[in-house]
Ligand binder design. Sequence first.
Ligand code: 2U9
Length: 344
Amino acid sequence: MQEKLQALKEDALKKVNQAENLKDLEAVRVEYLGKKGPITEVLRGMGKLSKEERPVIGELANTVRAEITRALELKKSTFEAEALNEQLRAEAIDVTLPGRPVSVGGAHLLTEIVTEIEDLFIGMGFDVKEGPEVETDYYNFEALNLPKDHPARDMQDSFYITEELLLRTHTSPVQARTMNEFKGNKSVKMICPGKVYRRDTDDATHSHQFTQVEGLYVDKNVRMSDLKGVLNQFAKQFFGEEREIRLRPSFFPFTEPSVEMDISCKVCQGKGCSVCKQTGWIEILGGGMVHPSVLEMAGYDPKEYSGFAFGMGPERIAMLKYGVDDIRHFYTNDQRFLKQYHNL
Ligand code: 2U9
């Protein structure tokens, strides 16, 4: 019996050695240690052995089983390590390969321009305020000296939602609201950037939705020369120190007197070219002294307070600064256009 067990052990260890994979190993395990295997058979037949033989054979059978089990496990872990190595080799990443470039987004040109304008005015002590795009007829027109029968309402054909509500045609209602909020007791120094809407047919220079930045400074003793100083500072910082400004008389219902501001043409340095239509000057914004009726409607005494206001269109300004030839480029989101202005 002892020799039989020794022979079994040697056979089994030999087969473990010869096994080429996990499947072979499992077959060896089943053959020798399985329920119907020879070792189990020996252990089952212990009852038939003599009293003296039983502990000797029992111990030997257990030892043989333990040795075969250990050999199986050892070989199994070798196979597993090999499999893992093979997997690691197959899945290895070549970190020296050049990477795929990630395309990085950026702020829209209009956002960049509006932020730049905001920064310049913040630098001159202005607050930035926003307001609703759906406005009441009162704040959009009435409070700005544009009563119901005013002919200037025709100039701003509007998108009405109800008889009293419309999409704002300018950002001026934000200023009217702010003045109203301050109840005539405080000075106001603010700009309000935002989207505005007009019933225009879209073409290279018109868009039914565009952007405005408007400004307002109301206090005691605010004068036209303050407006000129602030706008001159803005123009030089935004377009370049070498640019000159000029103010021309104009008309807006909410300012009196009203002006339009031109900057000297960069292309011809004021000599006259096709960009400035041979005038040497390019119009960039409008403004004036806040109309006394507007001050009064907002609760400010026009004898005590005065103010200046101005308005500009960032699209037009961006078009002038970067030579963009069609306003629709700002809204059609063609990446070939937008990407040119990343990292300005
Ligand atoms: C209040 C009082 C006065 C705002 C003003 C302009 C002149 C102006 C246009 C420029 C190009 C609009 O974007 S654009 O089409 N704006 O010329 N805007 S004065 O005057 C105000 C605003 C609010 C309470």
